[in-house]
Design a protein. Sequence first.
Length: 124
Amino acid sequence: MQLQTERLTLIPCTKVSILLAQASSYEIGPHIESHLLELEQDSSLLGWGVWLVINKETNKVIGDIGFKGKPDQENSIEIGYGILPAAQQNGFATEAVREIIKWHSQLNTSIKLLLNAWKITNHQ
């Protein structure tokens, strides 16, 4: 499963896809580690956690974005995201958020969103 925008590829974090992040020297934060543990216990969470944000031009991971779990009983979801400082101010976060919302809306048209920015402190 992948999502494509003009400049980005978004891939759900799995034990396999995380190797790409490590090859890009992208820091694996505790939210990613936690998601991988949860995914191990419940494979239906694939897509409902962290996604890697990859710049198509460089093929490097420049951040991550994701839902903080499946929609709740009120059909609300929370999205968090973080983009490396070197990649900020280019509209990448906006592009990634739009695409992940589009993906969700294809599954369920009635959503309530709460957006949070994760602080990315990874400096290469």
